[in-house]
Ligand binder design. Structure first.
Ligand SMILES: Nc1ncnc2c1ncn2[C@@H]1O[C@H](COP(=O)(O)OP(=O)(O)OP(=O)(O)O)[C@@H](O)[C@H]1O
Ligand SMILES: [Mg+2]
Length: 230
């Protein structure tokens, strides 16, 4: 699903944000990325979304190589990715339903189908009573859930969420993490960056990528009952 071989990312100002990363992520994996501020978490997600390109090494996402000069392929790839950005990127003056539908416009599906998918994503995220509200009037936690609904409504193969628990209290952060992880299935990989390590330490059957100054270490934890079967 995702393969990085010696991937580095150097920004134009010379900052080396990722340093020769080797990593393989399979379909249906749940991945938590942690690490101090500036360690490269967002940079790694940007690479996976095709928003930045490796300056050395090789990267494939959903079988597609991420290289400069392949923009139309990368646009196609993005249709299969559901991004949840740190700053949400919602359109304040539009309603909740419109925002979620807008996330699917570029898929070229019939309007009725887009509306149905958007509505069922909003129900799953507990926002059915807010579909007609303007996004600018929502609480932070609600806006975060709209951003997630927009990402998942199109049933992506890969969900990438950058710091989705930022600015949320403990209970709401847990709700958001549970919702996001609930979208993982054999076909959908969920990757979440978070500073809230205390909220994820109990997670089983997940991989933990710890970033430090552009380097990664990976720990995979399997479900307790699977270990008993081995
Ligand atoms: N567009 C850019 N141009 C130059 N340097 C950048 C750019 N974006 C990020 N950086 C630098 O790359 C490094 C990694 O940044 P990144 O945003 O990936 O960190 P992060 O782990 O997501 O941090 P945070 O937890 O604060 O979100 C930092 O030194 C940052 O200043
Ligand atoms: Mg970041």
């Amino acid at each position: 699903m995702i393969e990085l071989a010696g991937v580095s990312l150097k920004y134009p100002d010379g900052t080396l944000a990722l340093k020769g990363i080797d990593l393989e992520i399979g379909s249906g994996e749940l991945i938590f990325i942690t690490g101090p501020s500036g360690s490269g978490k967002t940079s790694l997600l940007k690479l996976l979304m095709g928003m930045e390109y490796p300056t050395s090494g090789a990267l494939r996402v959903l079988g597609q190589p991420i290289v400069k000069g392949q923009e139309s392929r990368i646009r196609r790839l993005r249709k299969r990715i559901g991004p949840v950005f740190q700053e949400f990127r919602l359109i304040q003056g539009r309603t909740v339903l419109e925002n979620v539908m807008m996330g699917m416009r570029f898929l070229g599906l019939p309007n009725r189908q887009i509306k149905q998918s958007a509505q069922s994503a909003l129900v799953r995220l507990g926002l059915e009573h807010k579909t007609k509200s303007r996004v600018g009037n929502l609480s932070w936690g609600e806006a975060q859930r709209v951003a997630i609904a927009r990402a998942v409504a199109r049933r992506p193969r890969l969900i990438l969420a950058d710091e989705p628990t930022g600015n949320l209290d403990h209970d709401n952060a847990l709700i958001i993490l549970d919702l996001l992880t609930s979208f993982r299935d054999t076909n959908t990989t969920v990757i979440i960056t978070t500073h809230a390590t205390h909220l994820i330490e109990h997670q089983q059957d997940a991989a933990f990528i710890r970033m430090n100054d552009g380097n990664v270490t990976v720990e995979r934890r399997r479900k307790a009952h699977e270990e008993c079967l081995v």
